[in-house]
Design a protein around this ligand. Structure first.
Ligand code: GAR
Length: 207
């Protein structure tokens, strides 16, 4: 069984897609050990509690320094003994110590086709605002491993989504979630849980 910790910051629709996929059997060989949020008000915590999954908040506001928060976050994750950490809308820079301790065992979902509209400053709605401002006709979502950079790790899977002329950032965000994110993230977890994902020379191969 793959022991998974999911880190969240907001609404938690990606978390919900994971929980539903575990329940329906779309994700096999997987147990969600816990959910961690940096934001006490995150609705994602309610979604976890509704499924009786341990859910905690570790907020930077409760620590005097970033270093102290980083340590608390790493300790909170360690306690759940994860085989895989899933960043499902977790809008916190992952501390280098955590990347080192869990190299190749942290994945993130990003709401664009990396390497477009990613990196510093591109998160949540800002990604979709950037897409509409540039006028691209196709966007999408990406699941990738996390390394020391921002959205730079090996790419596991991607799915394209059409941009429509009258889209607003919110309308586009919803379409990217429905048509791409909620499928890609469960799929990536299922592949990892079943030993199908290999990294070679910085690239991912699916067996
Ligand atoms: C999702 O669109 C996710 O891709 C994005 O935040 C949203 C969280 O929604 N993540 C990033 O932008 C990471 N750079 P959710 O809380 O409803 O799953």
């Amino acid at each position: 069984m793959l022991n998974v910790v999911v880190c969240v910051s907001g609404g938690g629709t990606n978390l919900q897609a994971i929980l539903d996929a575990v329940e329906s059997g779309k994700i096999t060989n997987t147990r969600i050990a816990g959910v961690i949020s940096n934001n006490a008000g995150a609705y994602a915590l309610e979604r976890a509690k509704a499924k009786k999954i341990p859910a905690v908040c570790i907020s930077p506001k409760e620590y005097e320094t970033r270093e102290a928060f980083n340590q608390a976050l790493l300790q909170g994750v360690d306690e759940l003994k994860p085989d895989l950490i899933v960043l499902a809308g977790f809008l916190v820079n992952i501390p280098a110590e955590m990347v080192q301790a869990y190299r190749g065992r942290i994945i993130n979902i990003h709401p664009s086709l990396i390497p477009s509209f990613c990196g510093k400053g591109y998160y949540g709605l800002k990604v979709h605002e950037g897409v509409l401002a540039r006028g691209v006709k196709v966007t999408g979502a990406t699941v990738h491993f996390v390394d020391e950079g921002t959205d730079t790790g090996p790419i596991i899977c991607q799915k394209a989504v059409c941009v429509k002329q009258d889209d607003t950032p919110k309308v586009l965000q919803q379409r990217v979630m429905e048509e791409a994110e909620w499928q890609l993230l469960p799929q990536a977890i299922d592949w990892i849980a079943n030993g199908r994902v290999q990294i070679q020379d910085g690239k991912v191969f699916i067996k």
